[in-house]
Ligand binder design. Structure first.
Ligand code: ATR
Length: 278
C-alpha cells in the first residue's frame, strides 16, 4: 500500500460534499498526489475523531464544515488572523510538534469569486441577507473603506449581534425589513440557508434591478439555478451567480495552505461542472 498524504472533511452531513471531487481535480492540476475523503462526524465525537485522525503520520490536514466551524476552535492550538477575526475555522493543518493550525478560507473565497466574476465595483453598497455562520465567514472580507455593508436577517437581533461584532471594521449596518427599500444596492448576497428548504428570503422585489449583481452562496448540485437567483432574474437582475465559484476558491486556498501550490480556479469550476451537471 502506498503511503499517500491524506486530507479529510469533518462535518455532519458530509455525503453531499463536492470537496472530494474538487481536490481530485486540484491534485492532478498541481501534480501532487493526495487523498481527500469525508468523515461523517456525529455530535459529541468531534474531539475524539480529530485526535484519531491527526495521530496518523500521513494525515496532514482537514476541512471542517457545518455544524462544527465554530465548535472546533477550542481544539485548535494556533489560529490564523483571519480565523480569529471571523471566529470560525474551515481548514486545519498539522504543524510542528503535531500542533494544529486553524484557518478560515471562506472570506477570501467569496472575495476572490466576486472579483473573478467582476461583481465588485470601486465602491459598493452590499446587502447581505442572513446572519448565520456563513455571514460571519464573509462579512469581515467584504467590509472596506469603499464598501458599505448592510445586513438584513429575518430575525433582527441576530443581524444586530453580527453587525456589532464587526462594527469597528468599517461601514457595517443592520437593517430592519421596512428599511431595505430605502437603499440602493449594487450587490445583493444571499447568505441564508433558505435554498436548502427550496425557499427564498422575504425581501422587497423593488431592490432588484438590471444593474443589481446577485450572488447566492447556495448552489444546486445539479447545476440548476437556485430559488433565490430565479427570483432575482424574475424581477430584473441580469447578473446572477451561485456559490460554486466560492466553494472552489475556498478549497483552492486550503490546497495552498497544505501544498504551497495554488490551483487554477477557473479551470476547476469548468471541470467540476462537467462532472456534476446532468
Ligand atoms: P448556520 O449558522 O449553520 O449557517 P443558521 O445559524 O441556522 O445556520 O443560519 C442560517 C441563516 O439563514 C439565518 O440567518 C436564518 O435566519 P434566522 O436567523 O431568522 O433563522 C436564515 N434563514 C434560513 N431559512 C430562511 C428563510 N426561509 N428565510 C429567510 N432566512 C432564512
Amino acid at each position: 500500500m502506498v503511503n499517500l498524504n491524506n486530507f479529510s472533511l469533518f462535518g455532519n452531513p458530509v455525503s453531499h460534499s463536492l470537496s472530494p471531487i474538487i481536490h481530485k481535480i486540484f491534485s492532478k492540476q498541481i501534480n501532487i498526489k493526495y487523498f481527500y475523503n469525508t468523515i461523517l462526524t456525529p455530535k459529541n465525537c468531534l474531539k475524539i475523531f480529530l485526535k484519531d485522525f491527526f495521530k496518523e503520520k500521513y494525515n496532514l490536514g482537514a476541512n471542517v464544515t457545518l455544524p462544527y466551524k465554530k465548535k472546533i476552535i477550542k481544539y485548535i492550538d494556533v489560529l490564523t488572523k483571519r480565523a480569529k477575526i471571523s471566529g470560525s475555522v474551515n481548514t486545519l493543518k498539522k504543524i510542528e510538534n503535531n500542533f494544529l493550525l486553524g484557518d478560515n478560507t471562506d472570506g477570501i473565497g467569496i472575495l476572490d469569486d466576486l472579483k473573478r466574476l467582476n461583481f465588485l465595483k470601486k465602491k459598493n453598497n452590499i446587502l447581505i441577507i442572513g446572519a448565520g455562520g456563513a455571514s460571519y465567514g464573509i462579512v469581515p472580507n467584504l467590509i472596506s473603506k469603499n464598501n458599505k455593508v448592510y445586513i438584513y436577517n429575518r430575525t433582527f437581533y441576530r443581524a444586530k449581534i453580527l453587525s456589532e461584532k464587526f462594527n469597528n471594521f468599517g461601514n457595517l449596518f443592520c437593517l430592519k425589513k421596512n428599511e431595505i427599500k430605502n437603499y440602493n444596492f449594487n450587490l445583493i448576497i444571499n447568505a441564508t440557508s433558505s435554498g436548502v428548504f427550496n425557499k427564498i428570503p422575504d425581501i422587497p422585489k423593488s431592490i432588484i434591478s438590471k444593474s443589481s449583481y446577485c450572488y447566492d452562496l447556495y448552489f444546486q448540485k445539479n447545476g440548476k439555478s437556485t430559488p433565490f437567483l430565479k427570483w432575482c432574474k424574475k424581477y430584473g437582475s441580469i447578473y446572477f451567480k451561485d456559490g460554486i465559484g466560492m466553494l472552489v476558491s475556498q478549497a483552492a486556498h486550503s490546497c495552498f495552505l497544505w501544498h504551497k501550490k495554488f490551483p487554477n480556479v477557473e479551470k476547476t469550476i469548468i471541470e467540476l461542472k462537467k462532472k456534476i451537471e446532468i
